[in-house]
Design a binder for this molecule. Structure first.
Ligand code: ARG
Length: 467
């Protein structure tokens, strides 16, 4: 049987090339080609550094730089021919460069694919965090618009999915904004952690050649707030570390959990049983059998996609767990979950923005639900407290009043005072003023509470934050 030719890039010590099955198994170019712009930027910085320290002539550097630009343009135009036999994005680009530029054989001086891919991923992550941050901000803005449009609408707030206390709809929406803001904070932390340059770590132990790591780092924007270059401090850790990817997947997973809870609220609210909102037609679907159905599929998928995002975090943790230092080929499997986490999180953020933009609020249904006087049972207990009743006794007395209201099918605020006095003599005329919703909310003016002044403050804060 004729022997296959040895692999061109690393094939020096091989007598024969890899089996077709092995190629199919080991290639990553089908998914890591999306790193191409970052790989090119990294190679251009590396080439500039090599020229800076005299390992490339200016002419060689210029040829490499321009050649990489041309390859980048070809990729964008969709004309680049990716070859799985060349395994990954790095070798595809290097081989294409070799075809154009004689000096290409010098590009990989003082570099390994190990520090190269670590650099590519850090560049990609910085970009991914910025894109996601923008999309999250956009979805927050769409939610803020809902809060603004329905500024005066009140709804029951829920604990245990049982009606608890009245809140402005906007207070509930602002709770979602807080969740998404924390997701953005987490992405910013990931981006900051990504901002260290691994280039120069080589395969594991750097290089004997006189490179200038800081020079390349500066070119790639791996700098602190004062413009000082930031380079990784241990060559072994630099090629083995995938913490960043785990952190990114964790940020996406938590974003997914938030989306899922938010979506669940909307699914409940849009059910006939609640009827607080109607979701936009454009983000719902019908039933092929039941003509009356309008299903909240976008929200259900937001809830469902979170499972996928959680899975990616688990995949990455499992991938790195138990790997001996330093680089192992297992690590190539980091990319599909990370890329999909980004793609799905980005898509979800867009869908959230789209779905809430057409949201209709049914003011009448909200008003009817929030008119339930039992929602202010706690306020009644607080009122007894102001009359000197210890809270535990007040709670008990109101509990008895609620029971009586239920037994006699009377709204809580319509119970006869004489009956209430039997429960606790602290009940006096004027007790029913507690059931005025306006009064109830106006009394909640501590920081973070849903009183009107606090709400106004939060509107101002979010308008400023989301500008
Ligand atoms: N495609 C590889 C990856 O994503 C690049 C690094 C390969 N390094 C190696 N020593 N084989 O992990």
């Amino acid at each position: 049987m004729p022997k296959k030719p040895a692999q061109a890039t690393w094939g020096g010590r091989f007598a024969a090339g890899p089996a077709a099955l092995m190629l199919r198994f080991s290639e990553s170019v089908s998914f890591d080609r999306r790193l191409a712009p970052f790989d090119i930027a990294g190679s251009q910085a590396h080439a500039a550094m090599l020229a800076h320290v005299g390992l490339l002539t200016d002419k060689e550097h210029a040829a490499i730089h321009d050649g990489l630009d041309a390859i980048g343009a070809e990729i964008i135009a969709g004309k680049f021919k990716w070859d799985t036999a060349l395994e990954d994005v790095h070798m595809n680009i290097e081989r294409a460069l070799a075809k154009r530029v004689h000096a290409a054989a010098k590009l990989h001086t003082a570099r390994s694919r190990n520090d190269q891919v670590a650099t590519d991923m850090r560049l990609w992550l910085r970009h991914a965090c910025a894109v996601l941050d923008d999309k999250l901000r956009h979805s927050q803005r769409a939610l803020l618009a809902v809060a603004t449009e329905h500024r005066t609408t009140l709804i029951p707030g829920y604990t245990h999915l049982q009606r608890a206390q009245p809140v402005p709809l906007a207070h509930h929406v602002f709770a979602w904004l807080e969740m998404l803001q924390r997701d953005r904070d987490r992405l910013a932390v990931v981006a900051a952690h990504a901002n260290w340059c691994p280039l120069g770590s080589g395969a594991i132990a750097g290089t004997t050649l006189p490179i200038d790591r800081e020079f390349a780092a500066r070119l790639l924007g791996f700098v602190d707030a004062r413009g000082r270059p930031q380079v990784t401090q241990n060559s072994m850790d630099a090629v083995a570390d995938r913490d960043l990817l785990v952190e990114f997947a964790a940020a996406c997973a938590l974003f997914g959990a938030h989306l899922s809870r938010l979506a669940e609220d909307l699914i409940l609210w849009s059910s006939t049983e609640f009827g607080f909102v109607e979701l936009a037609d454009a983000f719902c679907t019908g039933s092929s059998l039941m003509p009356q159905k309008k299903n909240p599929d976008a929200c259900e998928l937001l809830r469902g996609k979170s499972a996928r995002l959680h899975g990616h975090l688990t995949t990455l943790l499992t991938l790195v767990k138990g790997l001996p230092l330093t680089y192992n080929r297992d690590l190539q499997e980091d990319k599909p979950p990370v890329f999909d986490a980004f793609d799905q999180a980005a898509l979800c953020a867009d869908v959230l923005a789209g779905a809430v933009t057409g949201l209709k609020v049914n003011a009448a249904r909200c008003a009817a639900a929030v008119a339930d006087p039992a929602l202010l049972a706690t306020d009644l207990a607080d009122w007894l407290v102001t009359r000197g009743v210890p809270f535990r006794d007040a709670h008990h007395a109101v509990g008895a009043a609620v029971k009586l209201a239920e037994q006699t099918a009377t709204p809580l605020n319509k119970l006869p005072l004489a009956e209430l006095k039997k429960i606790n003599p602290a009940f006096v005329d004027g007790w029913e003023q507690v059931f005025d919703l306006k009064r109830a909310l106006a009394k909640r003016e501590g920081t973070g509470m849903p009183g009107p002044k606090q709400m106004a403050r939060q509107f101002t804060r979010w308008e400023k934050t989301l500008k």
